[in-house]
Write a protein that binds this ligand. Structure first.
Ligand SMILES: [Zn+2]
Length: 272
């Protein structure tokens, strides 16, 4: 049976320090066995660092998908969150909390980065992850787009307003975790890049605005993703004129003080 994506803002990603709790219907199966199990799961426990599926929550109970599930780092926190989560939507921003930043130091050390030095050099602040995120539709690649509830709602309004002016906006990337960001670094370093080459295009794990669930990269059909040429598009002109009214602002304009390249595609929501 084919299930389409759920209606935006009705489905949630529950977030814990090491493990994400995904709604069952949104993850791609990697085998026939996976497909049968994922179709019946109310939640899937997914390791953040590499995306591995660890266990599924089935009507008859939790079923491990890896050997030694009990030894999995962060499992207790994930099981507590699973227990505390109602099966339906958790509405209301009053329930959004930040996850602790206690692993930040360790992750930077793994990369040989000095926390104070990095923060000072870039002027970037660490961005904690929220403990739950709302489904905001799918991105250009048909992947689920996760954002904090307020940012998700604002993005849907922004996209609809653009459409009324015949401008099609596409999300390219929304929320991503600290652990996922570390994985990006590890993969690039393993390919032979040095740390400064990676830092020129990726914020250090913990310092990307994408961690907050408030930032997203926006594109338009026919435009290459995350390229400076986006500034010449009709979509960008529309965003410049209208995005502020929906709470979205460009984080990295030309000559920004963080030494980050000009990113006309990267917008952050703020309700202040
Ligand atoms: Zn971005």
């Amino acid at each position: 049976m084919h299930r389409g994506p759920p209606a935006p803002l009705t489905t949630f990603l529950i977030n814990t320090p090491e493990i994400e709790l995904w709604p069952g219907g949104l993850l791609r199966a990697r085998s026939n066995h996976d497909a049968r199990i994922l179709a019946r799961a109310s939640r899937v426990l997914r390791r953040k660092r590499d995306g591995a599926y660890l266990a599924v929550d089935l009507p008859e109970g939790l079923q491990p998908l890896v050997p030694h599930l009990r030894r999995e780092p962060g499992l207790d926190a994930a099981l507590d969150a699973l227990e505390a989560t109602p099966s339906h939507a958790r509405n209301g921003l009053e329930h959004v909390r930040d996850l602790p930043l206690h692993q930040l130091h360790e992750r930077l050390e793994l990369l040989g980065l000095d926390e104070a030095g990095y923060a000072e050099r870039t002027g970037l602040a660490a961005d904690p992850e929220p403990d739950w995120l709302a489904f905001a539709g799918v991105d250009r690649y048909r992947r689920p787009l996760w954002l904090r509830f307020d940012a998700a709602r604002a993005w849907l309004h922004l996209r609809d307003a653009a459409l009324r002016d015949d401008v099609v906006l596409e999300a390219i990337s929304g929320y991503r975790s600290h652990a996922y960001q570390l994985g990006i670094f590890e993969r690039k370093l393993a390919r032979g890049l040095d740390i400064d080459q990676v830092l020129a295009v990726n914020a250090a794990p913990g310092y990307s605005e994408h961690h907050s669930g408030l930032a997203l990269d926006i594109g338009a059909p026919g435009e290459p993703p995350a390229e400076e040429s986006f500034e010449n598009s009709h979509a960008f002109a529309w965003l410049q004129a209208n995005a502020g009214g929906y709470g979205f602002h460009l984080s990295y304009p030309r000559d920004n003080p963080h030494g980050i390249v000009y990113e006309p595609w990267h917008w952050r929501f703020s309700n202040a």
